[in-house]
Ligand binder design. Structure first.
Ligand code: SF4
Ligand code: F3S
Ligand code: FES
Length: 248
């Protein structure tokens, strides 16, 4: 079945822009990205859109559809009624380059600031041993496709540009938690999670978890356990006494 749907697509650059109206053909089984491609092919050949896999695996086609952060290639047109206007806007938290393409380099900068895995110095590759439960715990976090929908939706940076400097966002706090839970990682990541990556800014609103296309339980399985680890360190009387003595 084919029908014509109404779309509002944000067009512009970092200086100026607005919503443009289009009417585009939609066919059975199509996703929003199919329609955006048809729009490019028939009416707006210079419309900028980032995508790669069209299979929900590269994390490139992130946008906001009717105000909800989503992957365009994984959003079926059948979730909208035929008479509904579908509004597509770029991710709001990152600067627009052009049309639906944003500059997500904030995320790469934050990624570079997370120190890498630090195994025991005398442990050779091939001698690593982990129990299955530890493997499974980090495997959930490894499903991340780096779409940055969680980074885009978190109110800590979405509504407060000034927090970007001190808050790494759910994706990278999850990476720190993953490393911290790794039985062979020797680095104590609790202090830096709190003081350099802004774990304390997270007030567990869970919006990140809600938008994750990989259904990773970011808040429950990464952020809250990491907060508990930080609290243990802070309120452990022995750690407290040790830090007092060290300061003398
Ligand atoms: Fe995307 Fe989920 Fe990874 Fe965040 S955690 S970047 S929402 S896949
Ligand atoms: Fe933000 Fe997720 Fe915490 S949306 S406030 S990082 S639970
Ligand atoms: Fe790769 Fe959508 S195009 S996730």
């Amino acid at each position: 079945m084919t029908y014509k749907a109404k779309f509002k697509v944000w067009r512009g650059d970092d200086k100026d822009g607005g919503l443009h109206d289009f009417t585009v053909e939609v066919n059975d089984g199509e996703v929003v990205l199919d329609v955006v491609h048809r729009l490019q092919a028939t009416q707006a050949p210079d419309l900028a859109v980032r995508w790669n896999c069209k299979a929900g695996k590269c994390g490139s086609c992130s946008a906001e559809i009717n105000g909800m952060p989503r992957l365009m290639c994984m959003t079926r047109m059948s979730v909208f009624t035929e008479d509904e206007t579908v509004t597509i806007t770029p991710l709001r938290t990152f600067p627009v380059i052009r049309d639906l393409v944003t500059d997500v380099s904030f995320n790469y900068e934050k990624a570079r600031q997370v120190p890498v895995f630090e195994p025991p110095a005398d442990l050779k590759p091939g001698d690593y041993r982990m129990s299955q439960v530890d493997v499974e715990r980090s495997q959930e976090f490894r499903k991340c496709i780096e779409c940055y929908l969680c980074q885009n939706v978190c109110h800590v940076v979405r509504d407060h540009e000034e927090n970007k400097k001190s808050f790494s966002g759910p994706r990278f706090l999850m990476r720190i938690a993953e490393l911290s839970m790794h039985p062979l990682d020797t680095r104590d990541r609790r202090k830096e999670a709190q003081e350099e990556h802004g774990l304390g800014f997270c007030n567990i609103t869970k919006c990140c978890t809600e938008v994750c296309p990989e259904h990773i339980k970011i808040t429950d399985n990464a952020l809250i356990p990491m907060k508990e680890r930080v609290a243990d360190r802070k309120y452990d009387p022995l750690v407290w006494l040790g830090s007092k003595i060290a300061r003398r």
